[in-house]
Design a binder for this molecule. Structure first.
Ligand SMILES: Cc1cc2nc3c(=O)[nH]c(=O)nc-3n(C[C@H](O)[C@H](O)[C@H](O)COP(=O)(O)O)c2cc1C
Length: 204
């Protein structure tokens, strides 16, 4: 049976909007694959990646957002080199998106205050870790204090976590789209400037 051909298959002008639609869905819908991108940062001559939760996708500002611990190694890397890359794959739709941008670290400002207010206890718990993420430990541990294992603190007992909480906003300047289809793949490069967006087909 032939696959249904989506409108963007032969119309490159629909791709950019489709990407932001998928990104926005990822922010609000836990079942969307775009909720969990791989984020890649650079350190000297190497790069490394990790999965994060997509917390914001602001099409007008061309910004993607995630939350992290200020003490994590990706922050150290981003302070030296603010180039950042996101990799998304939606298995059901067979769409890969690679996004390149410039990261800004927000810490103890209006943006982090607003985001922290909306952060649920289960997520806040991660920011209660006494030691920095990635610190060597002689025994297995969840990071946060032992008494919180398997249970949640009261919201007021999580406020201290704000000390470690930061928001990374990345201004996206380039995206690459790959759509896998049995009748023939499609690949496109999208360049994003302040005032215009251009899309060109690439050979997959
Ligand atoms: C499903 C999933 C979601 C995650 N979400 C986040 C997140 O939103 N922010 C974050 O800092 N780490 C998140 N992590 C953990 C990171 O992948 C990573 O292990 C951690 O941030 C430490 O990275 P670093 O030491 O390289 O900075 C998540 C991991 C998984 C598997």
């Amino acid at each position: 049976m032939k696959e249904k051909i989506p409108d963007y298959y032969n119309n490159k002008d629909l791709i950019y909007d489709e990407i932001w639609t998928l990104l926005s869905r990822g922010v609000v819908d836990r079942s969307e694959d775009f909720r969990l991108p791989v984020v890649i940062v650079n350190r000297n001559s190497t790069s490394d990646g990790r999965v994060v939760v997509l917390r914001g996708a602001f099409k007008e500002k061309k910004i993607l957002r995630f939350h992290t611990d200020l003490r994590s190694s990706k922050i150290e890397a981003l302070k030296k080199n603010n180039n950042i890359y996101f990799l998304f794959y939606n298995k059901k739709r067979k769409i890969q998106v690679r996004a390149k941008g410039i990261a800004t670290i927000h810490y103890k400002n209006e943006i982090t205050e607003q985001a922290w207010k909306k952060t649920q206890i289960i997520s806040r718990k991660c920011y209660l870790a006494e030691k920095a993420p990635g610190t060597v430990s002689i025994s297995p541990n969840p990071g946060y204090p032992k008494e919180l294992e398997g249970k949640n603190p009261k919201i007021e007992d999580t406020e201290i976590g704000f000390e470690n909480f930061c928001v990374i906003e990345s201004k996206i300047d380039e995206m690459e789209w790959l759509y896998l289809a049995s009748q023939g793949h499609r690949r496109a490069l999208i360049k994003i400037n302040e005032n215009n967006v251009t899309t060109e087909w690439l050979t997959p």
